[in-house]
Design a protein around this ligand. Structure first.
Ligand SMILES: CCCCC/C=C\C/C=C\C/C=C\C/C=C\C/C=C\CCC(=O)SCCNC(=O)CCNC(=O)[C@H](O)C(C)(C)COP(=O)(O)OP(=O)(O)OC[C@H]1O[C@@H](n2cnc3c(N)ncnc32)[C@H](O)[C@@H]1OP(=O)(O)O
Ligand code: FAD
Length: 674
C-alpha cells in the first residue's frame, strides 16, 4: 500500500521510517548547513536554479555519445553560468558570482551527472587570478573571467610530472628585446596533460612553467596564456592542444593536452604577486615564503574536504533509503522478509557513512575558517602559520577524499546489484570522488608532507620548545608511560592523539637508528615512509575526531533534547568505529585491554541499534533534492522498482524489438553461415 506525503506517493516502508524518526529533522538540516539562515538561503537558490527544469535532460547522459555528452554539458554549463551571474549571485549575497559559495557549487550538481567543463574555470582559473596577480593584473583579468568573457583552466601537470612540480619541463624564457616570454615544450613529457576544460572549452589558461631570465632558471611560476582565438576559438599559431580521451569519470570535463612551439606572450602575463621580472629581465622575489605560488592548490585542497562531504552525504542518502525499502531473506520463517536496513552488518556499512559525512562537513567549515585566518595574517606579511596549515590541509584532503571514496564504494556494496546500475547514482559519485584522492596532490604524497611537519614538531617537543595548536598533544609524548585508555569520547580522542604521537616517535627512532647504521637522511626517511604515512594518517584522524566532537557539542548547545541525543550517538559511533578499526595500534600505544576492546565492540553494536530507527531521518536531514541525487534507488519517494523499470525502458537498446546484431551476426552464426 502506498501513502502520500506532500502530494507525493511514498513507499510505505519509507513512510513508516519517517513516522518512526524521533528527532526534529529540520534542526539537523540546520546543523549540517551551518545554521537556519544558510538553510533558507540554500533552499531559495535551489528553487531558482532547479524549479525551471533547466537541469533536466531529455535523454539520460549515459545514453549519449561522448561528443553529445560534452556538448550537452557545455549547453547546461552556459545556462547555469548565466543563472549564476544573474539571479543566483544576488541570492547568495555575492557581489559577483564566484568560488565563494559552496551552495552555488553544490546546486550545479543537478545539472551534471558527471562534471561541468567550467569546473576548472571557477575552481582554479579564477582563484589563481585572485591569489597570484598584482592588483593591476587582477583589475584587468578578474572582471573578464568572472563575466565569462574569457574561460580558463589550470595547466600545471605534464605527461612526465604531476606530483613533483619542481620537475616540470615547460620553459618560459624572457626576451628583453621584445619584452615577452617565450613558452616552449622541449620534450614529449613536457606536454601539459589533464587540465579540465583544456581539450575544447577554454580560450585561456594558467600555465605553470620554469622561468628563465638572464640565463638563469628561477623555478616554476604561473603565467596567463591565451591559447584560442577569442572570436573563432581556433587554437593560436604555436599552440598544440586537444582532448586526452576517455577516463574512468570526468568524461564531460574535456581534460586536455597542450604543447608550445616557441610561443610568445607579453611580459605582463606572468602573474606577478609573488615574483616579478622587470623589463630588463631582472628577477625580483616579492613573497616572504617560497611556496606561495602553490596557493591555488592549497585553496582547492580546502574546498575538496567540503566537496567530498557533500558527495558522501548523497551516497549515504541513496543507500539508506534503498535499504529501507529493500526486503531480502527470511531469518525468522514466520515473519515477513526484513528490510535490509535491519541487518546489523548493513548498519555497520552505512551509519559510519552518515557520521563521516557530518564529521567532514564540520571539519571543512572549521578548515575554511582557519584558512581565512591564515590568509588574513599573510596579507599583513606574516607567513608563520602557513607550514602548519599546509600540513593540516594536506592530510585532511588526503584522508577525507580517501575515506569518502571508500565509503561511497561501501554504499554501493550495500545496494547489492542495483547499486551497480549507473541509474543508482552511486557509480558516478564513486568515479568523481575516487579521482579526488589523486588530483590536487596524491594521497601518499600529501600525507608525507604532513609527516615532515609532524617529525619537526616532534623534535620541537623533544627540545621542550613551544608547539602549534594542532600538534600540541605531542608535548605528552615523552611521559614514558602508555596513554591511559578511557572509553569516553574525550578519552578516545586522547587515545587517538597518543597513537599519532607514538607512531611519530617510532618513525623518528627508526630514522635515527638507520642513520646511525650509515644511511643518509634521505634514505633513512625513504625507508620509514610506510610508517610516516601511518603517523600522518593517525594525526589526521585525531584532528578530525577532536574537531567533529567539539563542533557538535558547540552546535547542539541549544538543540532540542532528541537532536542532542542523536548527534551525540553519531559522534560516538564515529569514535568507536575508528577505535575498533585500530585495535592493534591501541594495544601498542595505550593501556587498553582485551576486555576493554570486547566491551567496546558490544557498545558499538548497541549504538547501531539505537541509531537504526532514526536512520532515514538522518539522511533526510541532508535535505538533498532528487535533482541532486540523480538516483533510481535514493529518491525521496522510494519508488525504486518503478524507477528502475522506467529507466530500463529508456535504454536505446529497447527501441527495436530485434537488434540489428541478430541479422548481422547471431542468425548467420546459428544457421552455420558465418
Ligand atoms: C557552471 C557550473 C560550474 C560549477 C562549478 C562551480 C564552482 C567551482 C568551485 C569549486 C570546485 C571544487 C573542486 C574542484 C576544483 C578543481 C579540481 C579539479 C581538478 C584538479 C586540478 C589539479 O590537480 S591541479 C594540479 C595539482 N597538483 C598537485 O597538487 C601537485 C602535488 N605536489 C605538490 O604539491 C608539491 O610538489 C609537493 C608538496 C609534493 C612538493 O613540493 P616541492 O616544491 O618539491 O617541495 P618540498 O621540497 O617537498 O618541500 C619544501 C618545503 O615546502 C613546503 N611546502 C610544500 N608545499 C607547500 C604549500 N603548498 N604551502 C606551504 N608549504 C609548502 C614543504 O612542506 C617543505 O617544508 P619544509 O622544508 O619546512 O619541510
Ligand atoms: C580527474 C583528474 C583531473 C585533473 N585535473 C588537472 C588539472 O586540471 N590541472 C592539472 O594541472 N592537473 C590535473 N590533474 C593531474 C593531477 O593533479 C595529478 O595526476 C596528481 O597531482 C598526481 O600526480 P601524478 O599523476 O604525477 O602521479 P604520480 O606522482 O606519478 O603518482 C604515481 C604513484 O607514485 C607515488 N609517488 C609519487 N611521488 C612519490 C613520492 N615522492 N613518494 C612516495 N610516493 C610517490 C604516488 O603515491 C602514486 O602512488 C588531474 C588528474 C585527474 C585524475
Amino acid at each position: 500500500m502506498t501513502q502520500t506525503n506532500n502530494n507525493m506517493t511514498v513507499n510505505p516502508d519509507l513512510a513508516m521510517e519517517r513516522a518512526k524518526c524521533n528527532f526534529n529533522v529540520l534542526e539537523v538540516t540546520h546543523i549540517f548547513d551551518g545554521g537556519e539562515r544558510n538553510t533558507l538561503q540554500r533552499k531559495k537558490i535551489e528553487d531558482v536554479a532547479l524549479n525551471s527544469g533547466a537541469s533536466k535532460d531529455a535523454l539520460g547522459e549515459e545514453h549519449m555519445s561522448p561528443k553529445e555528452k560534452y556538448e550537452n554539458a557545455v549547453r547546461k554549463s552556459c545556462i547555469y553560468a548565466t543563472m549564476m551571474k544573474n539571479e543566483l549571485a544576488e541570492l547568495s549575497g555575492l557581489e559577483s558570482f564566484g568560488v565563494s559559495s559552496p551552495v552555488i557549487r553544490r546546486t550545479a550538481d543537478a545539472f551534471f551527472k558527471e562534471v561541468s567543463p567550467f569546473l576548472l574555470h571557477l575552481g582554479m582559473f579564477v582563484p589563481t587570478i585572485m591569489g597570484q596577480c598584482t592588483p593591476e593584473q587582477q583589475s584587468y583579468w578578474l572582471p573578464r573571467a568572472l563575466d565569462m568573457q574569457i574561460i580558463g583552466t589550470y595547466a600545471q601537470t605534464e605527461l612526465g610530472h604531476g606530483t613533483f612540480i619542481r620537475g616540470l619541463e615547460t620553459t618560459a624564457t624572457y626576451d628583453p628585446e621584445t619584452e615577452e616570454f617565450v613558452l616552449h615544450s622541449p620534450t614529449l613529457s613536457s606536454y601539459k596533460w589533464w587540465a579540465g576544460g583544456l581539450g575544447k572549452t577554454v580560450n585561456y589558461c594558467i600555465v605553470v612553467a620554469q622561468l628563465y631570465t638572464k640565463g638563469e632558471c628561477h623555478g616554476t611560476h604561473p603565467f596567463i596564456v591565451q591559447i584560442r582565438d577569442e572570436d573563432t576559438h581556433v587554437p593560436l599559431p604555436g599552440i598544440k592542444v586537444g582532448e586526452i580521451g576517455p577516463k574512468m569519470g570526468f568524461n564531460t570535463a574535456d581534460n586536455g593536452f597542450l604543447g608550445f612551439d616557441h610561443y610568445r606572450i607579453p611580459r605582463e602575463h606572468m602573474l606577478m604577486k609573488n615574483a616579478q621580472v622587470l623589463k630588463d629581465g631582472t628577477y625580483v622575489k616579492v613573497a616572504r615564503h617560497g611556496k606561495l605560488t602553490y596557493g591555488t592548490m592549497v585553496f582547492v585542497r580546502v574546498v575538496l574536504v567540503n566537496e567530498v562531504a557533500f558527495n558522501l552525504a548523497k551516497a549515504s542518502t541513496i543507500a539508506v533509503r534503498y535499504s529501507a525499502i529493500r526486503r531480502q531473506s527470511k531469518p525468522k520463517p514466520d515473519e515477513v522478509e526484513p528490510q535490509i536496513l535491519d541487518y546489523v552488518t548493513q548498519q555497520h556499512k552505512l551509519f559510519i557513512a552518515i557520521a563521516t559525512a557530518h564529521a567532514l562537513q564540520l571539519c571543512s567549515t572549521w578548515l575554511w575558517e582557519s584558512f581565512s585566518a591564515v590568509l588574513a595574517q599573510m596579507k599583513g606579511g606574516n607567513t608563520d602559520t602557513l607550514p602548519e596549515f599546509h600540513a593540516l590541509s594536506s592530510c585532511l584532503k588526503a584522508i577525507s577524499t580517501s575515506d569518502s571514496a571508500h565509503l561511497i564504494e561501501q554504499c554501493r556494496h550495500a545496494c547489492g546489484g542495483h547499486g551497480y546500475m549507473i541509474s543508482s547514482g552511486i557509480p558516478n559519485l564513486y568515479n568523481f570522488v575516487s579521482a579526488t584522492r589523486t588530483y590536487e596532490g596524491d594521497y601518499t604524497v600529501l600525507l608525507l608532507q604532513t609527516a615532515r611537519f609532524l617529525v619537526k614538531a616532534y623534535e620541537q617537543a623533544e627540545a621542550k620548545k613551544p608547539l602549534t595548536p594542532t600538534v600540541s598533544y605531542l608535548a605528552h609524548a615523552f611521559s614514558g608511560s602508555r596513554a591511559t585508555w578511557d572509553n569516553s569520547p574525550d578519552g578516545i580522542i586522547r587515545s587517538f592523539q597518543a597513537l599519532a604521537a607514538g607512531k611519530t616517535a617510532v618513525c623518528v627512532t627508526n630514522m635515527r637508528k638507520r642513520m646511525r647504521a650509515g644511511l643518509s637522511q634521505v634514505d633513512a626517511w625513504e625507508m620509514s615512509t610506510i610508517q610516516l604515512v601511518a603517523a600522518a594518517e593517525a594525526h589526521c584522524r585525531a584532528v578530525i575526531a577532536d574537531t567533529y566532537r567539539k563542533e557538535i557539542v558547540r552546535l547542539t548547545a541549544n538543540s532540542s533534547p532528541n537532536v542532542k541525543v542523536v548527534m551525540d550517538q553519531l559522534t560516538t559511533l564515529y569514535l568507536y568505529y575508528w577505535a575498533l578499526e585500530r585495535t592493534g595500534d591501541l594495544l601498542m600505544f595505550t593501556s587498553v585491554s582485551q576486555k576493554d576492546l570486547v566491551d567496546l565492540q558490544i557498545a558499538y553494536e548497541e549504538l547501531l541499534l539505537k541509531i537504526r530507527p532514526n536512520a532515514v531521518g538522518l539522511v533526510d536531514a541532508f535535505d538533498l533534492r532528487d535533482e541532486l541525487l540523480h538516483s533510481t534507488l535514493g529518491s525521496y519517494d522510494g519508488r525504486v522498482y518503478e524507477r528502475l523499470m522506467e529507466e530500463a525502458l529508456k535504454s536505446p537498446m529497447n527501441k527495436e524489438p530485434v537488434s540489428d546484431a541478430y541479422s548481422k551476426y547471431l542468425r548467420p552464426m546459428m544457421k552455420g553461415k558465418l
